[in-house]
Design a protein around this ligand. Sequence first.
Ligand SMILES: C[S@@+](CC[C@H](N)C(=O)[O-])C[C@H]1O[C@@H](n2cnc3c(N)ncnc32)[C@H](O)[C@@H]1O
Length: 328
Amino acid sequence: MHTFTIVPQRSAPTAAPSDFREDILKGLTGTPKRLDSKYFYDAAGDRLFQEIMQVPEYYLTGCEMDILSNQTRDIIRAIRAHTGEFDLVELGAGDATKTRFLLRDLLDEGVDFTYFPVDISTNVIRSLEEYLPMELPALRYKGLNGEYFDMLQAAGALSRKHKVVLLMGANIGNFHPGEALQFCQAIRKQLQPGDLLLIGFDLKKDPHVILDAYNDRQGVTKAFNLNLLTRINRELSATFDLDDFEHFPTYDPLTGSCKSYLFSRRAHRVYIDGVPIDFQENEPVYMEISQKYSLQEADRMALSAGFYPITSFQDSRRWFADCLWGVE
Ligand SMILES: C[S@@+](CC[C@H](N)C(=O)[O-])C[C@H]1O[C@@H](n2cnc3c(N)ncnc32)[C@H](O)[C@@H]1O
């Protein structure tokens, strides 16, 4: 199966340089140290995330591919039953490989819509603008490069129709549950009655399966995490030596939280744009959460965020769910 290939281009800044510097320094001078996962996606990070999606242990992409390749007609039927004329806004579109099924079937059914892929990565939006017309010549689209909510607002200004917002893959999982709720509430605030949200949840399952997905044998996830240090070296003249850090994922089946850390192998000092940052031996840097949910927890989140759960679509192993939520 063909996937859109993100073409590595010159290193693409994904946020204003001053935000990047401020966020990185704030994260690494706080306790515990942390780095914001939204900064993973420079050109190399985009490419590494594409590689992660291909490693055998990373089941998430296959699950959602299963849903979108086999149930798109059902998804479209459910969408059309709950809204009028709409445009599609995808938050954190990435390479849109899975969304392509939905786009194609919508076009086949003669639905009149515009697709607004939103992504903080300039590289992602450029690649989509290159590939979408080749893959789907009939598609009307407008790539929106920036932060989720700024771009959701921008899409609102460009479209007079109802919005069907897509938040696929692992995106909502990259927030702590409390933040995820706030995130959904913030989406809800920008929507109107009759709008819809199709949101992906990675479901709680065998803890070994989950942990392996973030600790693949080829070390791609490790390289993806370490790449942020390379990016900081390049963009903020920092002095990280990648060999001083180790990748360490954990999964807690009670809370459903899968967390990734880098930890410092030795006590040492790093400079970031001239600012000294001291690391203790074995000191962790918190990198990313990949939160897992039950279907009941997903439904509760819908209600708490001001949506109503309509239905959900699951893969054949029931490891992942794309949930359709409505706005009353
Ligand atoms: C884990 S990838 C998932 C991509 C796609 N949704 C999928 O399921 O394959 C997350 C995407 O969200 C984008 N992203 C992360 N934080 C963002 C933010 N704050 N605003 C806009 N896009 C963001 C990243 O650049 C990346 O392309």
